[in-house]
Design a protein around this ligand. Structure first.
Ligand SMILES: Cc1cc2nc3c(=O)[nH]c(=O)nc-3n(C[C@H](O)[C@H](O)[C@H](O)COP(=O)(O)O)c2cc1C
Ligand code: SF4
Length: 673
């Protein structure tokens, strides 16, 4: 039973001609599925609705081929085929009593249109966000055509069954370009003054209302200031003016690094101070975001009149059943988002969405995985011994136990593994949720016994008499510098100045300053260590063959802030350089382009190059006659925490029950007779 305190979160609310069953609003978010994987998309959104989200929205949904974001997989409503595919999503959402929403999108000058090969459109001709070509400046005919396409897409959205249709005026796309005084200096009625710059938005709202306003709620996603953070008063006044055309306001800010903020830099409810004024200006329900995972924070937003709907993207990805868990009084079971942005990274990589915390995200259709249910093991379940209680070991233990399998979980130290270590980096304490949630679940699963402080040898494992064994023994950063730049390693292993990231995060004393950190990997560890050590007053040189600090974190929306932090902390940043070895008191650097050698002072070298799977037990037990022996997670293939959890989850589902191959969505050509 739920705590009645949370009742306000479950009050229905009418928006235009439809009624949202509660206050949980899954804001538009990409899935890396879009129009390429419609069955996967429908199944995933359906699970969100099943989990209690009262309104479940699509990702950005292109209205016309002149807005094509390939290779990013966007949704589209260009034709009847798209309508049929998007209807599958709306149906899946309706099946659980939720409202389905769609975010009609035109990218304007940002779209590169590499698939459609049409010139993009915009108020003025600007460079595409991702390519060295520009859009066509829209003339009156183009504006008329855009209005026609938008109206047609709204009608298709309605035909597909959507209950909420967004006019999308944020995130630097076409309508935001029209709003922007820097990008829109048109001399005609659509440019120049604020009134002119808002004209197209007003027209699209009117068109949409006219086309479908009697059957669907009209939402607008819009920023509360200009790109530079100014003009808030005029924008607020504008929101008030368009309120008669709008049924719900989804408001945000131009700083995507805060809106989509990683937990390293941005905490829960970070938008509140920016958007708190909106509700007083519009007289229409307001939704906004803030990586809301705490039911108390959600309630407080409603009670204090900040929001009418709790908007969420990542919290709904990490736990599609978040609303249902509040509803059922199971708050402890909420699997809280850790703010790592691995979900967003994979959209950027053009691949279906995944989540560090939720291994079933993106696998609902492909593998038939459900976030709350795993099939029970059929027949007599022998116990499984899992060695290692890092993320993989804990996930395997939880999933096996839910299948009804008795589990013995042995850990050499304390549970947590690499997560405990990485969470010691500046800003990453929320990553501990990966471990805390799983330990919390294990407490409720009596068939699991956890033995911390139990380092197991092969003989110990055999002595337990347990014949089903999973090894989740993780991986350790290599000391020998093996990596992309030096596949054979460099001669630093024997040098007493070398420290690995694991040693430093476990408290090893450095051999002296300056510390040279060689980032040959590109994710966050090297930059995080530079931040940690520089914050403690060490002189740090960060060396990378890449062009920027922590290059891969561009996908997780962390790169520019990480680089800014290191600059502010006085870290010496050397890009395009490879650490080739050590000299007396120095590190030897080779230019990544010319090979020219230089030297820099070095008291401690920390290679962040690659990791060694800790799979010694797996080798030792090959001939032990066990019924089953598996490596899982980093012990199998070092990767992201998300990889480790997904691998462990899959292994636990497949335990004694081989899984069918994942389904694929692609056209299959028939043979001509
Ligand atoms: C994977 C991912 C994809 C997103 N794609 C979109 C999108 O297509 N359209 C949009 O308006 N916002 C998009 N967003 C932004 C979210 O709607 C939301 O504003 C942001 O994630 C902050 O909310 P949260 O803290 O609840 O995650 C995306 C966010 C994520 C995590
Ligand atoms: S991948 Fe990370 S940021 Fe995204 S929803 Fe999952 S836990 Fe949250």
């Amino acid at each position: 039973m739920r705590d009645p305190r949370f009742d306000p979160l479950f009050q229905p609310l009418q928006i235009g001609p439809v009624t949202a069953p509660n206050r949980f609003w899954q804001v538009p978010h990409c899935t890396g599925m879009g129009n390429q994987h419609p069955a996967s998309l429908a199944a995933m959104r359906g699970v969100k609705a099943e989990g209690g989200w009262g309104v479940v929205n699509s990702e950005y949904c292109s209205i016309h081929p002149s807005s094509d974001d390939t290779p990013a997989p966007y949704a589209s409503l260009w034709d009847d085929g798209d309508t049929a595919n998007m209807a599958a999503m709306a149906d899946a959402v309706h099946a659980h009593g939720a409202l389905a929403g769609v975010e009609l999108w035109h990218g304007g000058g940002r779209s590169a249109n590499v698939l459609s090969r049409q010139p993009s459109l915009g108020p003025e001709s600007i460079l595409s966000a991702t390519a060295p070509w520009q859009n066509q400046t829209m003339d009156r005919q183009d504006i008329k055509a855009l209005r026609d396409w938008h109206r047609a897409a709204a009608l298709r959205a309605r035909a597909a069954g959507f209950d909420v249709v967004y006019v999308y005026a944020a995130h630097t796309y076409l309508l935001a370009q029209f709003l922007d005084p820097v990008l829109n200096r048109r001399p005609d009625a659509y440019g120049g003054s604020f009134d002119n710059r808002t004209r197209l938005i007003r027209e699209l709202l009117e068109d949409t209302r006219d086309a479908i306003g009697d059957r669907a709620a009209i939402a607008i996603r819009i920023e509360v200031t200009d790109e530079d953070g100014g003009n808030q008063t005029a924008r607020a006044e504008f929101l008030g003016r368009i309120a008669p055309l709008v049924d719900v306001f989804d408001v945000t800010i131009p700083d995507y690094g805060t809106e989509m903020g990683p937990s390293r830099f941005v905490k829960e409810a970070a938008l509140e101070t920016h958007i708190a004024h909106v509700r007083a200006t519009t007289a229409r329900p307001v939704v906004s975001v803030g990586r809301f995972t705490s039911p108390d924070t959600m309630l407080s937003q409603l009670r204090r009149g900040i929001l009418d709907f709790i908007g969420a993207a990542r919290p709904s990805i990490a736990d599609p059943f978040l609303p249902a868990k509040i509803r059922d009084g199971r708050i402890d079971d909420i699997r809280e988002c850790i703010g790592c942005n691995i979900c967003y990274a994979h959209d950027g990589l053009g691949a279906p969405i995944r989540c560090t915390q939720n291994p079933t995200m993106g696998e609902e259709w492909r593998q038939g995985w459900h976030p709350e249910r795993v099939p029970a093991l059929i027949g007599q379940a022998d116990p499984v011994l899992i060695v290692g209680a890092g993320p993989a070991g804990l996930e395997a233990a939880v999933t096996l136990a839910r299948r009804g399998v008795p589990v013995v979980l042995a850990e050499a130290g304390e549970p947590g593994g690499r997560v405990t270590r990485e969470a010691r980096l500046p800003g990453l304490s929320e990553w501990n949720r990966v471990i805390d949630w799983r330990l919390g679940q294990l407490k409720k699963l009596p068939q699991v016994t956890v033995y911390p402080g139990s380092r197991m040898t092969a003989a110990d494992i055999i002595d337990t008499g347990i014949r089903q064994v999973m090894l989740a023994t993780g991986s350790l950063w290599r000391a020998d510098g093996r990596g992309r730049s030096a596949p054979g390693g460099m001669a630093s292993l024997a040098d007493p100045r070398t420290r690995t990231p694991d040693q430093v995060l476990d408290g090893a004393v450095l051999s002296g300053d300056p510390v040279v950190i060689f980032d040959d990997e590109g994710y966050h560890i090297a930059a995080g260590l530079a931040d940690l050590l520089a914050s403690k007053g060490h002189a740090v040189s960060y060396v990378t063959p890449a062009g920027t600090v922590a290059e891969w974190t561009a996908y997780t929306v962390e790169q520019s802030r990480l680089q800014a932090r290191l600059i502010r902390l006085g870290v010496t940043i050397l890009t395009g350089q490879i650490v080739a070895g050590l000299g007396p008191g120095t590190a030897l650097l080779d230019c990544a382009y010319t090979g020219r050698r230089t030297e820099i002072a070095c008291g401690t070298l920390m290679p962040v190059t690659s990791r060694e799977p800790q799979d010694g037990l797996w080798h030792d037990l090959q001939d032990a006659g066990l019924a089953s022996l598996q490596r899982i997670g980093d012990a199998r293939a070092p990767g992201l925490i998300a990889h480790a959890i997904h691998d462990a989850h899959g292994a636990a589902r497949a335990h004694l029950t081989p899984l069918p191959p994942p389904k694929r969505e692609r056209p299959v050509l028939g043979r001509q007779p």
